[in-house]
Design a binder for this molecule. Structure first.
Ligand SMILES: NC(=O)CC[C@H](N)C(=O)O
Length: 375
């Protein structure tokens, strides 16, 4: 019989199940099963934030990704119905050091384990996440598979080989709303048309809180339909997958730019604004995911601590050479491009997440800037 204790020294109780994590480069990690029993595969990535796991797990930009939480304890304040960024858990799978069943928080309504089971998310705990993250940081992004039903590595290898590569993958239209919907005061003179590629709930909240009447549109909505709303400005949302695999969205952003109305893009929306200006995007080595990434605003000279979640970036050389686009924000850790604006047009975007949730509110001024531009 397969004995985890013999292989790894991890102690199991009678009711615990073994889970296996296999990386694309052949590395195997054993641990305990958590959440739903099953098998799941996707791109492995890590988030360095110490809190806000429920907001992270429900962020649609994580679709197709198996997430490692760097923090040693995840789950200890449970889950509730409020701390969500969309209607369901969007990560493909979860890896942790200690995924806690016991929780303590007066607003909590359930445990992380029950929540993952309800959302059919397979997880593995008791993994040496420090070693695993150090490995990903060195080797770069790759696919992985977790299973609590198949323990034979050869079988898992065959299943993993069928998992598509994130590079070139279009995922935004899968998580986008299928139907248009409206939020905020319908009589407000401030109207924002949102192009939804997997928008986080708190981005829409930040617009509504500033008095906007928002109409959210499916990813492939033609620009003619967006214009029918007669908005004061356009918002291009965050979302999962490779921006370069979204020519339909690049065309929409180009058409919006031609209209010369205010445009604000976040994360995937930022990458699409770059692509619409002929600036390429690229797959990063292992991306940025966390809530303490320092960014410098080159216009004001001030720095801000930002929330991030991206695996693609805007080509720094191409953007700096571009005569019509200005770099407004840079990452102070690796000097990657964090913000741009189009010269002579009211169009700007950031690679990070100014709505935060979870994270500090340093960057929420960008929503005020957008509203001021529209007024
Ligand atoms: N949060 C996002 O919008 C992510 C954008 C894109 N999918 C990336 O990984 O870079």
């Amino acid at each position: 019989m397969f004995s985890l204790q013999k292989i790894t020294g991890i102690k199991m109780t009678q009711t615990q199940k073994v889970a296996v994590l296999l990386l694309e480069d052949g590395h195997v990690f054993y641990g305990k099963a958590f959440g739903a029993v099953g098998t799941t595969a996707g791109e492995i990535c890590f988030n360095t934030g110490m809190t806000g796991y429920q907001e992270v797990f429900t962020d649609p930009s994580y679709s197709g990704q198996v997430l490692i939480m760097n923090n040693v304890h995840t789950g200890n304040y449970g889950v509730n119905i409020k701390d969500v960024e969309s209607d369901s858990v969007k990560i493909r799978g979860l890896i942790g050091r200690n995924l806690e069943e016991r929780y303590s928080r007066y607003q909590a309504t359930d445990s992380l384990d029950a929540y993952l089971k309800k959302n059919n998310i397979v997880a593995i705990e008791d993994v040496d996440t420090r070693a695993l993250v150090a490995h990903i940081r060195t080797k770069g992004a790759m696919n992985c598979i977790i299973s609590s039903e198949v323990t034979e590595v050869e079988k898992l290898k065959a299943l993993l080989a069928e998992t598509p590569d994130m590079d070139g993958l279009e995922l935004a239209s899968e998580v986008s709303t299928k139907e248009e919907y409206e939020l905020g005061d319908v009589n407000s003179p401030l109207k924002v048309a949102v192009l939804d590629f997997g928008v986080k709930r708190h981005i829409l909240q930040c617009l509504v809180d500033r008095g906007a009447h928002v109409r959210v549109h499916p990813a492939k909505t033609p620009v003619s339909r967006l214009k029918e709303f007669n908005p004061n400005g356009y918002f291009i949302s965050n979302g999962p997958g490779d921006p370069a695999a979204m020519p339909y969205a690049v065309e929409t952003v180009k058409a919006i730019l031609a209209e010369e109305k205010p445009l604000f893009g976040i994360c995937l929306g930022h990458q699409l604004l770059a692509l619409a200006n002929g600036i390429p995007t690229f797959k990063m080595h292992h991306g940025h995911r966390g809530l303490n990434h320092p960014v410098k605003n080159l216009v004001t000279g001030k720095s801000e601590i930002t929330t991030q979640n991206h695996g693609f970036g805007v080509d720094p050389e191409a953007v700096r050479k571009h005569p019509g686009v200005e770099v407004t924000h840079v990452n102070l850790n690796d000097e990657s491009i964090e913000g741009i604006r189009v010269k002579g047009k009211p169009a700007f975007s950031v690679q990070y997440h100014p709505e935060s949730t979870p994270g500090p509110f340093d960057s929420r001024y960008l929503f005020d800037d957008f509203v001021a531009m529209m007024k």
